[in-house]
Design a protein around this ligand. Structure first.
Ligand code: FES
Length: 122
């Protein structure tokens, strides 16, 4: 049912935790299941230097959180804003159709964190 990449990121998630001196934080909840994802950013010179996440959710939500952190690190904030939920799901070689809604959390939380960064640093 799940691809090897989803299983890899679920069983061995990257960048789990918090960034104490984060300068952007975003949190989103999935209304349909109640799962929550929080993303912490460290942005310097318009580049995302570090990303960490905490996700209280299903395996697909954890795998997409992990993947979005890997995709965002090293990007400019504009490039990271262009990352879509679909792109994250594709980077995991796809998700089962009934789990696509779980991938919505990942990019949305990232975008919220960037919005938060911009509100405080513009
Ligand atoms: Fe809630 Fe997947 S079931 S995010």
């Amino acid at each position: 049912m799940y691809t090897d990449k989803v299983m890899d990121h679920f069983t061995n998630p990257r960048n789990v935790g918090e960034i104490e001196d984060a300068n952007g934080v975003g949190e989103v909840g999935n209304a349909s299941c109640g799962d929550i994802m929080k993303i912490f950013l460290k942005v310097e010179d318009n580049i995302i230097k570090d990303v960490k996440f905490k996700t209280f959710g299903c395996g697909a939500a954890i795998a997409t959180s992990s993947m979005v952190t890997e995709m965002a690190i090293g990007k400019t904030i504009d490039e990271a804003l262009a990352l879509s939920n679909q792109a994250v799901a594709e980077a995991l070689d796809g998700l089962p159709a009934q789990k696509m809604h779980c991938s919505n959390l990942a990019a949305d939380a990232l975008h919220e964190a960037i919005k938060n960064y911009r509100e405080h640093n513009s």
